[in-house]
Ligand binder design. Structure first.
Ligand SMILES: [Zn+2]
Length: 372
């Protein structure tokens, strides 16, 4: 089976490269907006879908030729996918125009005939040449480079995200024959079957708090119905974006370390098959579920396990991990109420911590599935 994985490196463009990067971001945004406007207009007139290509715009807008043409080709693909998502699920909404100051600055280019080369200190990219990077880890030789996305974050820092494809082969193996269950927790990611929590680092919690405070301040500064907000507002908005970026990086770093540690220590990791979208909708957890990073954590855990010959086992969605007494199997429907944090089993008398009991059940169930 083929899998994808992305390695992200900080990049340090020189002055000329920075100019070209900004141009490319701008062209990508321009071609998106231009194609979207034409598709919209065509549909309103003809009631048919139009499929424009970037090449059609190059005669009129010659400066489009200055940038990496693959970057523009990828915009075409992205736009096509945005429409496909929209047609499939109207709730997703019609693709939107990208505003100059509020849209993400990035573009993607692909490997074609060796046009991209990753070396120790640089990455060679089309039109750009050798771009300096900080390479903190290297991809194994047998991985196939597919594409590179260049990003500028709100802080002004540049990054390249290098996408590789690998065959699902075990790269390292260190068998422990140990299993663990992880029960999703709103605060602190998870509780494991030994009763330990993921121990989110203090600095991450602090940054999250600062971000929330800054976001609240920003929303108070917003004046409804005014097209142009105050300078103070935009300054605060930038502050929020920078903090957000920091939190995202700190969280990703934490999730990488946590998942690596678990994969090193256990052969079987049992987790719940949670549908985050329906969960945040139905339980009104709203932002906290998506921000908590569980989805990202599961993805990291899964690919790290695959590369190490370990197993992440998702239990069936109907598996009553929170309700079942892990000692005697008694089903306590009273625990459907999320407020119940601890309970006593009426059958065997065991006192349960809600999360740890669930995690133990997930571990047992994972082993049952794994050893079938
Ligand atoms: Zn019991």
């Amino acid at each position: 089976m083929k899998r994808n994985i992305a390695y992200r490196y900080r990049a340090y463009p020189d002055e000329a490269q920075e100019i070209l990067l900004q141009k490319t971001f701008g062209c990508a945004r321009f071609i998106w907006n231009q194609m979207l406007a034409d598709i919209k207009a065509y549909y309103e007139k003809e009631k048919k879908q139009l499929y424009p290509t970037p090449a059609q715009y190059k005669a009129e807008y010659e400066w489009l030729k200055e940038v990496d043409s693959l970057a523009l080709a990828n915009v075409q693909l992205d736009l096509k996918q945005a429409f496909q998502r929209f047609f499939k699920d109207k709730k997703i909404g019609y693709p939107r125009f990208k505003a100059k100051h509020h849209s993400k600055k990035s573009y993607t280019t692909n490997l074609v005939n060796g046009n991209i080369v990753v070396s120790d200190k640089t990455i060679r990219l089309p039109k750009l040449g050798e771009l300096k990077i900080k390479k903190h880890r290297a991809a194994p030789d047998e991985w196939k480079l597919k594409s590179v996305t260049v990003i500028q974050e709100a802080s002004g820092k540049y990054y390249v995200s290098v996408l590789y494809e690998y065959e699902n082969q075990v790269i390292e193996q260190n068998r422990t024959d140990k299993a663990i269950g992880l029960d999703f927790a709103m605060n602190g990611l998870y509780v494991d079957s030994d009763g330990n929590s993921a121990e989110m680092p203090h600095f991450l919690r602090e940054s999250e708090k600062r971000l929330k405070k800054a976001q609240r301040k920003l929303s108070k500064m917003y004046v409804r119905g005014k097209e142009k907000q105050s300078n103070r507002y935009y300054k605060q908005k930038r502050r929020v974006a920078v903090l957000h970026e920091k939190v995202r990086h700190q969280r990703a770093d934490f999730l990488h370390k946590r998942s690596r540690d678990l994969v090193n220590r256990y052969d079987y990791i049992g987790i719940e098959d949670l549908d985050m979208k329906s969960m945040s909708r139905s339980l009104r957890f709203g932002k906290s579920v998506s921000d908590n990073g569980w989805g990202m954590f599961v993805a990291m855990l899964t690919y790290k396990a695959e590369l190490s010959g370990k197993h992440v086992i998702k239990t069936d969605r109907m598996f009553p991990s929170s309700q079942m007494c892990h000692v005697c199997g008694y089903l306590n429907t009273g625990t459907k109420d999320l407020k119940v944090r601890g309970w006593e089993c009426p059958e065997c008398g065991t006192h349960h911590d809600r999360d740890q009991n669930a995690a133990v059940n997930l571990k047992t169930e994972a082993l049952r599935i794994a050893l079938l």
